[in-house]
Every structure is written in C-alpha cells, then in structure tokens.
Write a protein that binds this ligand. Structure first.
Ligand SMILES: O=C(O)C(=O)[C@H](O)CO
Ligand SMILES: [Mg+2]
Length: 250
C-alpha cells in the first residue's frame, strides 16, 4: 500500500504548522514534510510530531532575500549559504527530520556549478555528523525561470561530483514531467540516487486526480521498484485541503 506524506508548504496552510501536522494525521497521512518552518518554534513542531507519531520528512534551506529562491549556487554568498545550511540542519535535528533540501537559487554557469558543489560538500559533511541526508531538487523553468537546477541529469552529475554518500535527488514528478517527461523510465533509471519523491497534477499543480500524468500508473510503478517510503503530496488544493483528499481514498 503506497504511503503518503503531506507537504505542509501547500496543504493546510491556513493552520499553524503544529496544527497542520495534526490535520495531516487526522486525514490519514503517513508522514509530513514542509518548506520553510523557521518562523515556528521547533519545539512546538516537535511536540505535534511526537503527539501524532508522524515524521517531518524534509525541510528546505531558506530562499534568501525577497525574490531569491535559494543561496547555495550563488557565487559570493557562501557565508549566507553555510548559515542557511546550519540553520536547516539545526532545526531538523530538533524535530527529528532526516532530510534537508538545499536550495540552489537563480544562477547559471560554471562558477555557480562550482559554488553549488562546494556548498553541497559542506552540507553533506555537516549532515553526516547528524546522520541526515541532503537533497537537491530540479525545479521547472515555468515556475522557477533561471533556477540553477532544472533536470535530473544535471542533478545526477552534481551528486556524482559531490561524491558524498548522503546526497540524494528529490524527484518531484511535477517538475520533471514538465522538464523532461518519460517519468516511468526516469524513476527506474534514477532510483539509486532518489532520496524522496513528490507529486502533483501537471500542469495545474493541484490534486493528482487530473492533468497529463496518470498517477495510478506512477504509484504502481514506484511500488514495483521496491520503493516504499512515503510519497510527498506537494500540490495546491483546488478548494480546501480536506475537500480535495478523495484521491487518497481511491
Ligand atoms: O517547489 C518545489 O517543488 C519544492 O519541493 C521546493 O521544496 C520548494 O520550492
Ligand atoms: Mg517539490
């Protein structure tokens, strides 16, 4: 039976993060994940996770200044990037989160690549001390034009170059359907480096019950690969979150 994680960056956003954790539990999710929890005291999130028995599977490093979308591929911003990595790992340690998604930012070219690799090596060293995993995620160029990381091939190349055992790919089916398609084969081919999988309808980015991707097929294929970690429901509900959960009961 496929397990699901509620991404609280998009689901139950009208609630406080601790209450969103409780709502996800009540709705039958097996785990939760989020984007940027830092305005909520980690202790409050930890208490809700303990109360519900859920794990917060992942969180992100901060975006940076208004309009930015990550710091870790930005040449000249290394001190801020390291601080963002330290902040995310410290928060993750308090709430028992195993994965930190290190966000690259809007950049391009060889200097950005070298900067990202160097910051990821730092992140992996720090994460290894805590037994945690660093994730990198290609984002599509419609939602995030100019974002440094845009394809799974680029991510695989970076993962190999970083050369750490605790760096993995966040395979977001939404972004990768837009950027490259061929999801069934990509999931098979990238499986050895996949650290987390997310999904949403394409192109709407709503519940997975519409659009151009057949998620009944995708979920069955993922299960056939022997991947049984919770899959991240990272979509923007058409109505309220609870109204849109019929796809889980299918
Ligand atoms: O945008 C996404 O798909 C993500 O998963 C990032 O964590 C937030 O931008
Ligand atoms: Mg995603």
């Amino acid at each position: 039976m496929t397990k699901f994680s509620a991404n609280l960056g998009f689901l139950w956003t009208e609630l406080s993060l601790p209450d969103a954790v409780r709502a996800a539990k009540a709705a039958g999710f097996d785990a939760v994940e989020c984007h940027w929890p830092f305005e909520t005291p980690a202790e409050d999130v930890a208490a809700a996770l303990k109360e519900t028995g859920l794990t917060m599977l992942g969180l992100n490093t901060v975006r940076g200044n208004p309009g930015e979308n990550g710091l870790c591929a930005l040449p000249g911003r290394e001190a801020e990037a390291k601080a963002a990595i330290d902040q995310a790992l410290a928060y993750a340690e308090v709430i028992g989160t195993p994965n930190v998604h290190v966000m690259a930012g809007f950049a391009k070219g060889p200097e950005a690549h070298a900067t990202f690799v160097a910051n990821l090596r730092y992140a992996c060293e720090q994460a290894a001390k805590l037994g945690k995993t660093i994730l990198i995620e290609p984002l599509n160029h419609h939602d995030a034009p100019g974002y440094f990381l845009g394809t799974s091939a680029q991510a695989v190349e970076i993962i190999k170059e970083v050369g750490a055992p605790n760096i993995k790919l966040m395979f977001d089916c939404y972004h990768l359907q837009i950027m490259e398609g061929d999801l069934t084969r990509r999931l098979t081919d990238r499986l050895p480096v996949i650290g987390h999988i997310q999904f949403a309808s394409v192109p709407e980015r709503t519940e997975p019950d519409c659009g151009e991707v057949n998620y009944d097929h995708i979920f069955a294929h993922i299960a056939s690969l022997g991947y049984d970690a919770p899959l991240g429901a990272e979509y923007k509900p058409r109505g309220t979150t609870d109204e849109g959960l019929g796809w889980m009961k299918g």
